[in-house]
Design a protein around this ligand. Sequence first.
Ligand SMILES: O=P(O)(O)OC[C@H]1O[C@H](OP(=O)(O)OP(=O)(O)O)[C@H](O)[C@@H]1O
Ligand SMILES: O=c1cc[nH]c(=O)[nH]1
Ligand SMILES: [Mg+2]
Length: 218
Amino acid sequence: MQVFNLEEKNSILNKFIAEVRDVKMQSDKMRFRRNIERIGEILGYELSKTLIYKETSVISPLGVSKISLLDEELVICSILRAGLPLHNGLLNYFDNAENSFISAYRHHSSKTEFEIKVEYLASPSLEGKTLILADPMLATGLSFINVFNALKAMGTPKNIHLVSVIGSKQGIETLQKELPDHVKLWIATVDNDLDEHGYIVPGLGDAGDLCFGTKLQH
Ligand SMILES: O=P(O)(O)OC[C@H]1O[C@H](OP(=O)(O)OP(=O)(O)O)[C@H](O)[C@@H]1O
Ligand SMILES: O=c1cc[nH]c(=O)[nH]1
Ligand SMILES: [Mg+2]
């Protein structure tokens, strides 16, 4: 897996990362969701530079302009719940993409032990297409791996891009071991630690709850 960590170069992205981490700003849920969406827009723009383009002619009122436009069948798949604002950010730029939604949640057998449950999948065929798989948090990496395996039933994509906001070093190492070499990861920032509950430290907390509110454990 190839990793593109956008924090390696300072940009306006830093402001959005700072705001999603900031415990005081997190009380403004609308701003939190919009910042995740803005980060999705930037990650999408960066990955768009690696896609395939085809020269096209555009007729303006005064003449003809040649321009290269995206020439790939894209499918954006997001992992519910927290993937939704990131999905919207990607879709803001890749406006002709097809869309998939898949659920993944942590089912806890104790305070520190959990397995990932994948229960819902709505997707077009992925055969021969470019798949963009979005989830803002890459903690242990188990959600991405379980979802990656569940999506195999939808066909074999030509290219696969994972898009995430905050990753842990450990989670990225796990993905490096478990996912094929051709997969690319686009990530806004990487943290060093995971706590005993599998939360990224310093991270930002629970992205799903910050977007949409707390949920009952079941
Ligand atoms: O890398 P992992 O250790 O698998 O953890 C990351 C997962 O945790 C979060 O989802 P969560 O299970 O909290 O579900 P939610 O979006 O419904 O809150 C996040 O959105 C990822 O899907
Ligand atoms: O740090 C983490 C880990 C899992 N899920 C989150 O939302 N945050
Ligand atoms: Mg959550």
